[in-house]
Write a protein that binds this ligand. Structure first.
Ligand SMILES: Nc1ncnc2c1ncn2[C@@H]1O[C@H](COP(=O)(O)OP(=O)(O)OP(=O)(O)O)[C@@H](O)[C@H]1O
Length: 245
């Protein structure tokens, strides 16, 4: 693996975002020495904030993209990255930071790049045509299969890649991940709520629930437990959910 560990040093004692989040108050270091690490946990627990800080420190655009993709639509990133130290072995410069929330802007950025005279065709890595001309799911998966067939050693940081993927496309993404693992030249850090994606065999799951970031077993995640209960008996769960107090 390339990115071995991240450390948070000398965090200011401030009560404002992001320093007020419980997980950052207790976090000293996080071991990432695994082909695939998932960040899991409740909405608002800090997964995207940490992912973004890692991506910025690794040299990616805070709004997403590879190292060459610099575009800004709104300055929203936190300054957590200033306190983050990354340990590499070896350092890699290739990769991609994917965030579902700014994917639209990324697609526009690629369209702008395509209009540049004499530029190599930027659509080549993204399914051959504008990402805006593809459905959400198609464009997401083309991004992963296209960009991710890059065989240079690379770090991929993905924030909720399942956002527009049907269950069968999520299975397709698992296959893409498997191909990368076989290549031995990729590392992934993924924040997800998908019980399908987080089932990837051998992945390390880190839970952001509670006051610290801790390893968790797949079957112990709320995502797995709730999805399983629901699918086993939707009626029973609905009855419980809708019953009068
Ligand atoms: N720019 C900001 N200013 C103030 N608070 C913020 C800002 N960005 C995020 N937050 C807050 O920080 C907390 C963590 O946000 P973050 O996006 O990291 O959570 P998350 O675990 O990724 O959630 P989700 O699963 O919903 O994506 C949330 O309570 C959020 O409201």
């Amino acid at each position: 693996m390339f990115l071995r560990e991240v450390r948070l040093d000398d965090l200011p004692d401030e009560r404002k975002h992001p320093f007020n989040l419980p997980v950052f108050r207790t976090m000293k270091k996080l071991d990432l020495s695994c082909f695939l690490t998932f960040f899991v946990g409740e909405n608002g627990s800090g997964k995207s904030t940490l992912l973004e800080a890692i991506a910025i420190q690794a040299g990616f655009n805070p709004e997403g993209g590879s190292k060459g993709n610099y575009f800004t639509t709104a300055q929203t990133e936190s300054n957590l990255f200033n306190y983050l130290k990354l340990s590499w072995m070896p350092k890699v410069t290739a990769g991609f930071f994917f965030r579902a929330e700014s994917f639209f802007n990324f697609a526009s950025h690629i369209d702008t790049a395509a209009k540049e005279p004499f530029a190599p065709n930027p659509y080549q890595s993204y399914g051959g045509r504008s990402l805006h001309e593809q459905s959400h799911g198609e464009s997401f998966l083309n991004l992963f299969t296209g960009r991710l067939t890059n065989r240079r050693p690379a770090l991929y940081i993905l924030d909720e890649p399942e956002a527009a993927l049907s269950p069968s496309r999520q299975l397709a993404l698992l296959r893409v991940l498997h191909d990368h693992q076989q290549s031995g030249r990729s590392q992934f850090i993924i924040a997800t709520h998908s019980p399908i994606l987080m089932g990837y065999p051998g992945a390390r799951l880190m839970s952001f629930d509670g006051n610290s970031i801790e390893p968790i077993q797949y079957q112990d995640t709320a995502h797995y437990i709730i999805s399983r209960q629901f699918l086993n008996s939707p009626e029973a769960m609905m009855r419980e959910l809708f019953k009068d107090e």
